[in-house]
Design a protein around this ligand. Structure first.
Ligand SMILES: NC(=O)c1ccc[n+]([C@@H]2O[C@H](COP(=O)([O-])OP(=O)(O)OC[C@H]3O[C@@H](n4cnc5c(N)ncnc54)[C@H](OP(=O)(O)O)[C@@H]3O)[C@@H](O)[C@H]2O)c1
Length: 280
């Protein structure tokens, strides 16, 4: 059985590839720039650009199962190519935004829902993963923390239940192993609801020093974060955070799929402390 892992150097894809490789699977790893991929011995690196249908057939030929990032442009053509290739399961990395209260209007949700719908319409057997906020979003604070400057964020008291990327990868591998999760959609979170301020407190505890927090107004956040995040996505994130203030996030952690306790944000902080202490 050959398994294709797209985005093989992404936060989640890289971890999925490592686990499947350790389990001895025959693997194909894809990227828009496969020449820049570093893959374990015996893994094929192929070009797959989810926006360029001309790359689909070659990348999917002979593939039995695939781990896929959601990319709405080209999704219909991609799933048609997967059906032609006889792919038996696609595990799609989607987003919990699709299950959210504003799924019809929220830009993140609309984009991910379009991919989910195209996959369903294609008839290719599927499992959809809808994680909430990734623990690794905390990397966004690392520059300020390293500099000893206040972390400037809007809605510091907004709750999320951050999920460790290793848990998303463990779930992906569990659902690729056999047919038990075919046709299922799995909402996934970390094990505990935490505000951004509490996450920063956990990082501060791991670092052994305070991390000052400076609250931004929504307008200030639009001005500062708008330099890096497309406007509709930023609006969607700000809406989600505004709604999360004082409202603990629902916990639907990975343990129900993996059978192992979900990794905590404390563990994530310990494992990634170097990013918050290293000098530029
Ligand atoms: N961060 C969160 O809190 C959160 C929560 C829920 C869902 N999500 C979803 O999770 C995904 C991000 O996951 P991540 O952090 O693992 O991503 P990441 O580290 O940014 O990696 C993204 C991967 O996607 C690949 N990619 C991007 N555009 C592509 C294209 N046109 N064709 C083929 N491959 C492409 C890239 O591969 P190459 O550069 O090698 O081509 C890269 O490896 C997004 O869809 C996001 O909406 C994120």
């Amino acid at each position: 059985m050959t398994i294709l892992v797209t985005g093989a150097r992404g936060n989640v894809g890289r971890r999925v590839l490592e686990r499947l490789h350790a389990a001895g699977h025959t693997l194909r790893a894809s990227s828009r720039t496969p020449e820049e991929l570093s893959v374990p011995a015996g893994v094929d690196a192929v070009r797959l650009d989810l926006n360029r249908p001309a790359t689909f057939d070659a990348a999917l030929s002979g593939v039995d199962k695939a781990f896929l990032y959601a990319e709405s442009e080209g999704a219909k053509e991609l799933f048609a190519a997967a059906a032609r290739a006889g792919v038996r399961q696609i595990v799609l990395l989607s987003s919990s935004a699709v299950s959210g209260p504003h799924a019809g209007t929220d830009a993140l949700a609309v984009a991910h829902a379009a991919v989910e719908s195209a996959l369903e319409a294609s008839g290719v057997p599927r499992t959809v993963l809808r994680p909430g906020a990734f623990a690794s979003n905390a990397f966004g604070w690392s520059h300020a923390v390293r500099a000893g400057a206040p972390v400037r964020i809007p809605f510091p008291d907004a709750h999320t239940a951050p999920i460790h990327e290793d848990d998303i990868a463990d779930v992906a591998v569990a659902v690729l192993d056999g047919d038990a999760y075919l046709g299922r959609t799995l909402d996934l979170t970390g094990p505990r609801s935490l505000t951004f301020r509490e996450q920063l407190g956990i990082l501060a505890g791991a670092l052994g020093r305070d991390i000052p927090v400076q609250e931004l107004t929504r307008d200030q956040a639009v001005e500062e974060m708008g330099q890096f995040v497309p406007a509709p996505i930023l609006a969607s994130l700000l809406d989600q955070w505004a709604e999360g203030v004082g409202r603990p996030a629902t916990v639907l952690d990975a343990e129900r799929v993996t059978g192992r306790p979900a990794r905590t944000f404390e563990q994530w902080a310990r494992e990634h402390l170097g990013a918050f202490t290293a000098q530029d």
